[in-house]
Design a protein around this ligand. Sequence first.
Ligand code: ATP
Length: 513
Amino acid sequence: MAQEDVFKKIVSHCKEYGFVFPSSDIYDGLGAVYDYGQNGVELKNNIKQYWWQSMVLLHDNIVGLDSAVFMHPTVWKASGHVDAFNDPLIDNRDSKKRYRADVLIEDQIGKYEEKIEKEIAKARKRFGEAFDEAQFRSTNPRVLENEAKKTALHERFAKAMGAMDLAELKQIILDEEIACPISGTRNWTDVRQFNLMFKTEVGSTADGASTIYLRPETAQGIFVNYLNVQKTGRMKLPFGIAQIGKAFRNEIVARQFIFRMREFEQMEMQYFVKPGTELQWFEQWKQTRMAWHQALGFGAENYRFHDHEKLAHYANAASDVEFRMPFGFKEVEGIHSRTNFDLSQHAKYSGRKIEYFDPDTNESYTPYVIETSIGVDRMFLSVLCHAYQEEKLEGGDTRVVLKLPAALAPTKLAIMPLVKKDGLPEKAREIMDELKFHFNCKYDEKDSIGKRYRRQDAVGTPFCITIDHDTLTDGCVTLRDRDTMQQERIPVSELRTRLEDKVSITSLLKKLC
Ligand code: ATP
């Protein structure tokens, strides 16, 4: 099945099974805004918990914060967002569709990469075991040609973005003959800048009102609380502040479902370090974050780092963690070495001294910062894309199953009486009443057992138990595993110990230590 079709299926599966709904659905939705349904909110909460605990429980020098969405407007002046949080946009005159010029060019770079990968895959198939990828890359004329085009485009693009040369961005689009995916034409307008921050007003009267912004990132809430937390928590460098919260960006092109939203959630951690040690910490956080992703068991081959060559003006190193989505490798998380830019700017604009007194050296300085910034919704999408599978079963049937890591699954255990009589529902409820304090259980008595299994597979429930007539006498239930579909009889008294470890966030956290 084409990857595009797989993605469409995932999107409709999300709606059909209560994971993600378009916002204001009865009014036909609102562009790039989504609501999480009964299963989605559980999965999302589990992702957040996995992240939060990996930061705050596993590091005794990282503490949490929950800062407000609304902040003093000067925050965004100081951070540079008022002047520079812009995307270059371009319109196609025929389709009337608007695009981000940088994304059009990045997609074009991706096309060269795809061509190279295709050549390599073809050759690998042809040569089998004997295939030497490094040699093929350095000698095959088609690979070399595409590699040269990719590098040249990349360099030209990086230069144009660095200088925010809008005319040059347009020229690149024309020279590369990039066409609008809707109209197929190259009838482009000029490239213009567009600020991504949403504005609103505080104050009860129009006169007294002042313009404020919905935060486009949670990080600034951490920077402006650096002094509060450092002093009240008596934190010594290096230390981190972690926060999960909503962020808002007026994205020009809202595409790819929850990959790019106008209201989304971020999990950000700012790690304050001594100047001069930041690149060492940057490398360390890259590895720590990659280990966090890979502990989910989706396969190392589905992740890669993308180191930035073009750095934001405040950064001295930056790298993205990319995940293989059905629409290619895409950024899920950014790891940035932000120097002392933000704290120095806030010191300048607020007139406060924002420094750290180092008791070891008796000197004061502005700490440097390593940031790890991951989108909850993008993480959610990567988990779903990897988990969604259509399996052919013996006998010709297919089943749709979400192979979610058990610790992230919305429901851990479905509890099913075989029939709705003979005391089986009561027994099932009794088991549920005991287990519900330990993990998320769902009671289900409707339809045949086969149908109930399929329903649980479709929402990723890792385990089901069936209560039958024998349960009333032997105290055992049938435990069914989602992935292997194997069934076994086990005593009710053993359920908790057998399952708790497998379905808890702790099981994931232990892989990180
Ligand atoms: P992109 O280049 O895709 O616009 P970005 O580099 O601007 O992303 P950052 O500012 O580094 O993103 O934000 C950190 C993380 O927040 C991203 O890695 C992503 O997971 C998430 N994120 C950013 N913008 C959005 C959005 N519009 N919708 C959903 N998640 C987002």
